[in-house]
Design a protein around this ligand. Structure first.
Ligand SMILES: *[C@@H]1O[C@H](CO)[C@@H](O)[C@H](O)[C@H]1NC(C)=O
Ligand SMILES: *[C@@H]1O[C@H](CO)[C@@H](O)[C@H](O)[C@H]1NC(C)=O
Ligand SMILES: *[C@@H]1O[C@H](CO)[C@@H](O)[C@H](O)[C@H]1NC(C)=O
Length: 378
């Protein structure tokens, strides 16, 4: 139900910086958070494709038939869509599990189900976490540790202790390099873990990205600059489960001809970060400022959480494009909006080349194809 979804806000910063770089000597080794994983690279033809899944909501009502049936449907969707799309990387943008319905003893076993298709298909991926992933019987950290244990191709990480606050540890970046690493890095893709939801006593957790993440973004950007050279030589994408607060203001000015995609979810209390009764407008501003001011060539920021929205729009105050994901899971509130994924495709490793993006539905039909370039949303 939507109302219950909106009550428990998770501020999930899925910040996964995918750093797209084209410089072998500089970008290897010095700053590699994944020494034991396959290096993520653009294809030989210069392309790189990300498939974005969101709001899978596994584990609803295990005591009824419909909950497990939803999960089977969601798994089937992944087994249909992922081989078809054959992405170079997948991102799961939060609310993997509806934690309110899970049990202390076995809640993370749902992670095994979720990563099953990705493991089978050998797809590299990373996750952000949402308000439903912090509940009485589950936490972001428990999901992350389980994913790391059971999914060899998971790039999900945690930031140093304290970053993200007590409940949002999943802040990290993932580098992607060009096939011929000849000069300096070129891109980054940032995923952040916003907390939200409730803690193990059932008390509300803030739903905005913690202020500590702002400082961390600056520090991480400086480390990348020291290792790889100026940040202008990188491009970036960012993923965070709950939309930044500024998205509340974007909806009113949408032009559906130019900014296509489903626009069915009103953005009320709890729909964006720091819009619930327990929050203050502006709580997520340090995060939004740090992200948009320290990360050049930030092609777009992607969120899930509001299942009825698919549109992309530009925040003129920061000159950055925000996009909703597509509700992927059969779990979670739904008013006949269908299920699918968002694809994001780069045609070149150049840090300034804008990616194309579109929604692909389960049956294969596509819509809302746009290019996230300097003209979009103006
Ligand atoms: C599962 O998917 C089928 C269509 O393939 C649909 O008819 C059914 O309602 C779905 N079940 C649930 C519980 O969502
Ligand atoms: C949490 O897990 C315990 C033990 O499995 C169970 O009794 C309880 O109903 C679960 N859910 C909540 C919200 O406490
Ligand atoms: C977890 O345990 C409960 C009962 O203790 C059971 O109903 C449920 O199906 C189990 N869930 C999973 C994902 O194994």
């Amino acid at each position: 139900m939507k109302s219950s979804c909106l009550m428990n806000r998770l501020v999930l910063f899925i910040s996964a910086f995918v750093v797209l770089c084209n410089g072998t000597p500089v970008c290897r080794g010095v700053l590699d958070p994944y020494p034991n994983k396959p290096k993520l690279t653009f294809r030989d033809d210069g392309t790189f494709k990300i498939t974005l899944l969101s709001d899978l909501h596994f584990g609803e009502n295990p005591w009824d038939d419909w909950g497990p049936e939803q999960d089977a449907n969601s798994t089937k969707l992944m087994r249909t869509v992922l081989p078809d799309e054959n992405p170079d990387f997948a991102v799961i943008n939060g609310d993997l599990i509806t934690g309110e319905n899970t049990f202390r003893g076995n809640s993370t076993s749902l992670i095994d189900e979720i990563v099953g298709p990705l493991n089978e298909l050998k797809i590299t991926f990373a996750s952000s976490h949402g308000n439903h992933d912090n509940q009485v019987n589950i936490t972001h950290l428990e999901e992350i540790l389980r994913e790391q244990a059971v999914a060899p191709l998971s790039y999900t990480r945690t930031a140093p202790p304290g970053v993200g606050g007590e409940h949002g540890p999943g802040n990290y970046w993932v580098p992607v390099k060009s096939p011929l690493c000849v000069r300096s890095p070129q891109g980054q893709d940032h995923a952040k873990d916003l907390p939200g939801g409730v803690d193990q006593n059932g008390d509300a957790i803030p739903d905005w990205v913690d202020e500590s993440v702002a400082k961390w973004i600056k520090i991480e950007t400086q480390r990348m600059n020291a290792a790889w050279g100026p940040s202008e030589k990188r491009g970036a994408l960012a993923f965070v489960h709950i939309p930044p607060h500024v998205v509340q203001d974007l909806r009113g000015g949408l032009d559906s001809a130019k900014e296509p995609g489903l626009n069915a979810d009103e953005l009320g209390a709890g729909s964006s970060q720091a819009s619930g009764s327990d929050s203050v407008f502006g709580n997520d501003q340090p995060f939004w400022d740090a992200l948009t001011e320290n990360v050049p060539n930030l092609h777009a920021v992607f969120s899930g959480h509001d299942h009825g929205n698919e549109w992309c729009s530009r925040d003129n105050s920061k000159d950055v494009i925000f996009c909703f994901s597509k509700h992927t899971g059969y779990g979670g509130y739904d008013h006949g909006w269908g299920h699918g994924v968002r694809n994001i495709v780069f045609s070149s490793p150049s840090p300034t080349t804008a990616p194309e993006t579109w929604i692909r539905m389960e049956a294969g039909d596509v819509h809302a194809r746009i290019t996230l370039d300097e003209n979009y949303g103006r």
